[in-house]
Write a protein that binds this ligand. Structure first.
Ligand code: ADP
Ligand code: MG
Length: 746
């Protein structure tokens, strides 16, 4: 029996999905598969788990909900628990390195990767009565695999007499990928479309595309805030640093002070002295004590002061332009943008106008950051109303696109960009790149402005860019990424023929075969003993090393380094090295004392990385981490992440490898020269397929086969790593047989 707070019940009843509860539950009770499509914010994630809970689905087994994003995993479990009047003991979450699941958990939110790991140890997912795959339109690789697996698990569970339900939830985009996929479903499952109130959103394109989209976003936000009627602003940029940058700038421009009663100030006839008080005195810094903020605010104050002097002598400016226009139809900021770009060649004047409008605005902007790695408490703030008199402005990465619905947004400012992991398909190397969003994403972002009333979306790029640069949709992740650890994970689950797996969208077969070959090279897969198997039926199996490797929540190559270092008594160092290698951009900060780009030299050197992390740990043990990181340009968050990973890995290894008891020693000595050499060898064991040797053209002309060139590369790499005997020993430990005959590309 659920006892909800009446206030919550009022809020819930506003969601159209509540009216569909009965229909939804009937469909779920009568079908094993159900697809729920509905606009973002219609209540899928928060309400359907509650419907299931109330219908008794959590009585004997758990309700599982998977999310592709960590931010949603935490936020949604908290929200559902709150709405149900339950604690985090009953409505819990679990993701890599973090969670609050208990034996009493009834509804379990988890990242899709976590559920995929669970399939490995319990293929039938026997703890669950229903699995909800949320945000299926995101098409994360793990989600895709889970979907393929679940279409096979569900019939198995039926045969065992304990049925499992699968609910696929998706935004309205891309539903056909599932409904019309005969590989997944022989007969198409029922689809329920949740209607939701969506008010019209006017889209405005910039005439020109300014490559400095942060500056452009700032300007647009200033204009919206100073000229347009009430309503929250949601700004889409690409990453955490950009979010912070804009948050600082906007807070500096429209500071919020706790000791000022803005609701009074605003209804009162806007008097200059009030404005001066609000703008020129020390604004309250609500986020952090970062000195960046300080500097930014000083700059803003200086600009304002300068402008004040100037404005006395400036030719008459028609301040009517800065009045708030009446509602609707007048929110087109683009036209005067174009004007300003056309007539006012003097950019100083443009800046002055902007500064002037900032100055004449007394209303504070309640600016909040939102991104995936933001702490839970700070994430929750975006759901709360801005303080009276202030306007809400959320600066977010694409997590606000579909995962989280921010209330009361009327204006969307869309940079048109997002960060995407881009893979090099020849080398398998990957990097985060800033790319244009897809057209589908742009529409999705625009829709965020029409949740509470009609709204406006400002795209900071031209319609030509939209048409010619933005793809309609990006291919799903699984088709874009190297599939090494997917192949390994799937093989460990007993899915031998990965190529024939019922993927919602199948990855490139060539890629799958290449991954198998790489894993073969690393000694993680092996050919089964030859009997009467036809060549096309040959199936690569996981080696014992591969099994050990797959236990690590890391790419197989790192898993291999860990698995092998056990034999060399180097485990604590390898754990630290691997942890450090898997956390990006640890040395990305600019040291206080260093010249601008000096630290870039260090990025590629694992030895330096290891020493840096070791030293940071030592500083941490003395409580001097922050100073140390700032001094040497280490990213403190990265260091903390490494620490977490190191602890996690250490305890996992202690649990899973018999006879091993590693401790995390903050005052660990730097490795000796001999140890360092062994570490380099371990590094090579994991990265052997990425080592290259430059060869002269004459060598190629001798007509060597590709295989023999690779042989030379591999042998040379081993020589460089240190004593051949030791390297050979390490390699042999990894895989009996000839390691060097099938290296990958250099
Ligand atoms: P969907 O999954 O269909 O996109 P959700 O279930 O996430 O929709 O959201 C339904 C509604 O609940 C939205 O209006 C959203 O703003 C609101 N909501 C979600 N989480 C919270 C929260 N933590 N605090 C307040 N409102 C929330
Ligand atoms: Mg949702």
């Amino acid at each position: 029996e659920v006892k909800r707070d009446p206030k919550i019940q009022v809020q819930r009843l506003k969601l159209p999905i509540l009216g569909e509860e009965q229909r939804i539950m009937e469909l779920i009770n009568e079908n094993e598969f159900l697809i729920v499509a509905g606009e973002t914010g219609s209540g899928k994630t928060t309400q359907i788990p509650q419907f299931l809970y109330e219908a008794g689905y959590a009585q004997h087994k758990m309700i599982a909900v998977t999310e592709p994003r960590r931010v949603a995993t935490v936020a949604m479990s908290a929200r559902v628990g709150y709405e149900l009047g339950l604690t985090s003991k009953e409505v819990s979450y679990l993701m890599r390195f973090e969670g609050n699941v208990t034996k009493d958990t009834k509804i379990k939110f988890m990242t899709d990767g976590v559920l995929l790991k669970e399939v490995q140890s319990d293929f039938l997912l026997s703890k669950y009565s229903v699995v909800i795959i949320d945000e299926a339109h995101e098409r994360s690789a793990y989600t895709d695999i889970l979907l393929g697996l679940l279409t096979r698990i569900v019939p198995l569970r039926r045969k065992r007499g304990c049925p499992l339900r699968l609910i696929i939830m998706s935004a309205t985009l891309r539903v056909e990928d599932f409904t019309e996929n005969t590989r997944l479903f022989k007969t198409p499952p029922p689809v329920i479309k949740i209607e939701s109130r969506q008010f019209p959103v006017t889209t405005h394109f910039n005439k020109n595309t300014n490559s400095d989209y942060l500056k452009e976003a700032y300007r647009k936000a200033v204009k919206i805030h100073t000229r347009l009627p009430e309503g929250g602003i949601l700004i889409f940029v690409t990453g955490q640093q950009e979010v912070h940058y804009l948050v600082r700038k906007l807070r500096a421009a429209f500071p919020y002070r706790k000791d000022v009663n803005y609701s009074k100030l605003i209804t009162k006839n806007k008097s200059v002295s009030d404005a001066d008080a609000a703008l020129d005195s020390e604004p309250e810094d609500i986020e952090s004590d970062d000195d960046e903020v300080e500097k930014e605010m000083k700059r803003a104050r200086k600009a304002r002061r300068k402008l004040k002097q100037k404005s006395k002598t400036l030719p008459k400016i028609n301040l009517d332009d800065y009045d708030m226009p009446d509602d609707d139809g007048q929110a087109d900021l683009v036209d005067d943008d174009d004007d300003s770009e056309g007539h006012l060649s003097d950019s100083d004047t443009e800046e002055d106008l902007l500064a002037l409008s900032i100055k004449s605005c007394r209303q504070p902007l309640w600016v909040l950051p939102l991104y995936s790695m933001l702490s839970q408490g700070k994430q929750a703030r975006v759901f709360q109303a801005a303080p009276p008199g202030a306007r809400l402005c959320v600066v977010s990465t694409d997590v606000a696109e579909t995962s989280l619905t921010i209330p009361a947004v009327r204006y969307v400012v869309d940079s048109g960009k997002k960060k995407m992991r881009v893979y090099d398909h020849v080398t398998g190397a990957s990097a985060w790149r800033i790319v244009w969003t897809s057209q589908a994403s742009a529409e999705q972002r625009a829709g965020r402005a029409g949740r509470v009333s009609s709204g406006h979306t400002y795209r900071l790029y031209s319609s030509a860019v939209f048409q010619h640069e933005c793809p309609e949709q990006y291919p799903p992740d699984i088709c874009r990424r190297p599939v090494d650890d997917l192949v390994l994970t799937m093989k460990c689950m007993g899915i031998d023929k990965v190529v024939n797996f019922p993927f919602p969208t199948a990855p490139d077969r060539m890629q799958l075969r290449m991954a198998e070959k790489r894993l073969l090279t690393l000694g993680i897969l092996e050919k089964p003993p030859m009997k009467n198997i036809r060549k096309d039926e040959e199936v690569l199996k996981v080696t014992p090393l591969g099994m050990a490797v797959s236990a690590f929540p890391l790419l197989p190559r790192y898993g291999k380094m860990l698995a092998l270092s056990h034999q060399q008594n180097l485990l604590p160092y390898t754990i630290m090295m691997v942890s450090a290698l898997t956390v990006p951009e640890v040395m990305s900060g600019k040291p206080d004392s260093w010249p601008a780009t000096g630290h870039m030299l260090l990025l590629g050197d694992p030895g330096v990385l290891l020493r840096a992390v070791g030293a940071a740990e030592y500083a941490y043990s003395k409580g001097e981490e922050e100073i140390f990181c700032a001094k040497y340009g280490l990213r403190e968050k990265g260091i903390k992440e490494i620490r977490k990973l190191r602890k996690q890995l250490t305890s996992e290894i202690n649990l899973s490898v018999a006879g091993v008891d590693v401790t995390v020693d903050p005052a660990m000595q730097p490795p000796s020269d001999a140890q360092a050499r062994l570490l380099r060898q371990l590094l090579l064991c994991g990265l052997g397929d990425q080592v290259g040797k430059k060869i002269g053209l004459d060598e190629v002309k001798q007509g060597w086969s590709t295989a023999s060139i690779q042989h030379v590369r591999h042998a040379a790499a081993q020589r460089r790593a240190g004593a051949p005997a030791e390297a050979g020993a390490a390699l042999r430990a990894g895989r009996p047989g000839r390691e060097e005959d099938s290296s990958g590309r250099g």
